[in-house]
Write a protein that binds this ligand. Sequence first.
Ligand code: COA
Length: 141
Amino acid sequence: MPIRPMTEADLSNVLALQNTLGFQKWNEKQFLSELRANYAVCLIAEDTGTFAGYAIFHLMGSDSELLTIAVDPKFQRRGIAFSLLYEGLHKLNRENGDHCFLEVREGNDRARALYEKHGFQAYGKRERYYDDGETAILYKW
Ligand SMILES: CC(C)(COP(=O)(O)OP(=O)(O)OC[C@H]1O[C@@H](n2cnc3c(N)ncnc32)[C@H](O)[C@@H]1OP(=O)(O)O)[C@@H](O)C(=O)NCCC(=O)NCCS
């Protein structure tokens, strides 16, 4: 599925998918501030008008971060998250010491499998990091 930059016109789809999946509670203002930040790379997976997912990175060389990634359940397990990750990560230069960090809920097996398949390695944890007391696992690419 083609990957392209996110625009403000995508925000209704992005918010609807976030709310359907229920994994995150960003409001429109938070997405807008990402769209306007020059270090943020905001991506959409969309094919002939069909919106399938999004990802947001902060690309800052050795201190880069994946903030969020989500794929519509109708399109999951087709490699779309893999493509979104690839599109962001290939802008980094691992040989030059670039890294990408992320944190994920300990129990989010699907996301952890995705990250590990993509070369992220767990390097630590933050106990009771989330509001509901779940631990965050820290990954580095
Ligand atoms: C995690 C998520 C983004 C994966 O999206 P996806 O497009 O289905 O992932 P892909 O098809 O690219 O899968 C790539 C790899 O991830 C792993 N994976 C993805 N879904 C999986 C599942 N349901 N069970 C086990 N492994 C899974 C597998 O290793 C998979 O490779 P494979 O299909 O060759 O085995 C999606 O499940 C999602 O949107 N989840 C809810 C939001 C979320 O939790 N985001 C991450 C936290 S910010």
